[in-house]
Design a protein around this ligand. Structure first.
Ligand SMILES: [Zn+2]
Ligand SMILES: [Zn+2]
Length: 344
């Protein structure tokens, strides 16, 4: 089969590789759509943590936001049928350790990560995938289904911070995760969702997806705008999806007492100065949110019911062979790119 394999920094080849063989607990999937994510850019550049610390060995097939059709079943994969439309998870836990047994398979010390650790990714024509981490997603378009993964990432802070109808929610960062978080917070009944960021184009997409207000932090006064939008109440829940250290003082400046903060961004080691006193006296709660463990069925039903959509985020579609081109479109936001989808 044809696949994209990363051989070195900025060295991704579209080449012939052996056809994967499903084991008894695997399903063979024909890939239909795979999204390019910021992690794929880091994997391509060779800067991603798992590569720099030696855990990911090249060459490997990347791709963790994908959808496809079941074309072959392992002997034990009785819950699937040929032709099922499916999506697969990123974290593949061992299913035995203390973390896996508590449902925290994304923290499993022996886990695989689709597209860079143990589990081959989906920038390929086919993938053999463990049935335990595979979900049916009937009725979804292939390219929408490819974005169940980032939807789960946005759902995680929405859940952990317990967004409810009395909450004013601020989403910091209008990238793909922020744009899904606007929708998941609305789906959870948030009183108002305010999206803050630096790109007018992306803020406009946020508005289209249901944000009640948008704030360009470069050109507008964040605190004043939030005060206006919340009738002076300020923010009950912050969903952080920027991953830039400049966001921390912004977050602290808009909190209401007892605010909850769900953080999804990775800061590449950047340190922020923290004044703890306002956090303590206001009983602020902080949640680190990694991936979307156990949230895939919910993310799928949010798409199936139309409460969440990926359509306005998908700006580019390319053939699989154009991986490197897709990476540069994504990195440089060519033609206001948000999400690039590759199709084998
Ligand atoms: Zn991703
Ligand atoms: Zn485990």
């Amino acid at each position: 089969m044809k696949a994209i394999r990363i051989h070195g920094p900025k060295d991704a080849r579209y080449e012939e590789v052996p056809m994967p063989k499903p084991g008894p607990d695997d399903v063979l999937v024909r890939i239909r759509a795979t999204g390019i994510c910021a992690t794929d850019i880091e994997l391509y550049d060779g800067t991603m943590f798992y590569i720099t610390n030696g855990m990911t060995r090249r060459p490997f097939i990347p791709g963790h936001e994908w959808s496809g059709d079941v074309i072959e079943l392992g002997a034990n994969a009785l819950e699937f049928s040929l032709g099922d439309r499916v999506v697969g998870e990123c974290s593949i836990g061992c299913r035995q350790c203390a973390y896996c047994r508590r449902g925290w398979y994304h923290l499993c010390p022996d886990r695989g990560e689709t597209g860079f650790l143990k589990q081959a990714g989906a920038f390929a024509e086919y993938v053999a995938f463990p049935r335990f981490f595979l979900h049916k997603c009937d009725g979804l378009a292939y390219d929408s289904a490819a974005f169940i993964e980032p939807t789960g990432v946005a759902l995680n802070p929405t859940r952990q911070t317990r967004v409810s109808p009395e909450d004013y929610v601020a989403v910091m960062g209008p990238g793909p995760i922020g744009l899904f978080a606007v929708q998941t917070a609305k789906a959870y009944g948030a009183r108002k969702v305010i999206l803050a960021g630096r790109s007018d184009g992306r803020l406009a997409v946020g508005k289209q997806l249901g944000a009640d207000a948008t704030i360009n932090v470069k050109t507008e006064n964040l605190v004043e705008k939030v005060r206006e939008a919340t009738a002076g109440h300020m923010i009950d829940v912050v969903i952080e999806a920027a991953g830039k250290k400049e966001v921390w003082p912004d977050i602290v400046s808009i909190l209401a007492p007892r605010a909850r903060i769900g953080m999804t961004g990775l800061f590449a080691g950047a340190k922020c100065e923290v004044d703890f006193d306002p956090l303590v006296v206001n009983e602020v709660q902080l949640f680190g949110c990694l991936g979307g463990p156990s949230l895939w069925p919910e993310a799928i039903s949010l798409h199936q019911s139309g409460k969440v959509t990926a359509a306005p985020l998908i700006t580019h579609r390319l053939p699989l062979a154009d991986f490197a081109k897709g990476i540069e479109i994504s990195r440089n936001r060519v033609q206001n790119a948000i999400k690039v989808v590759l199709q084998p």
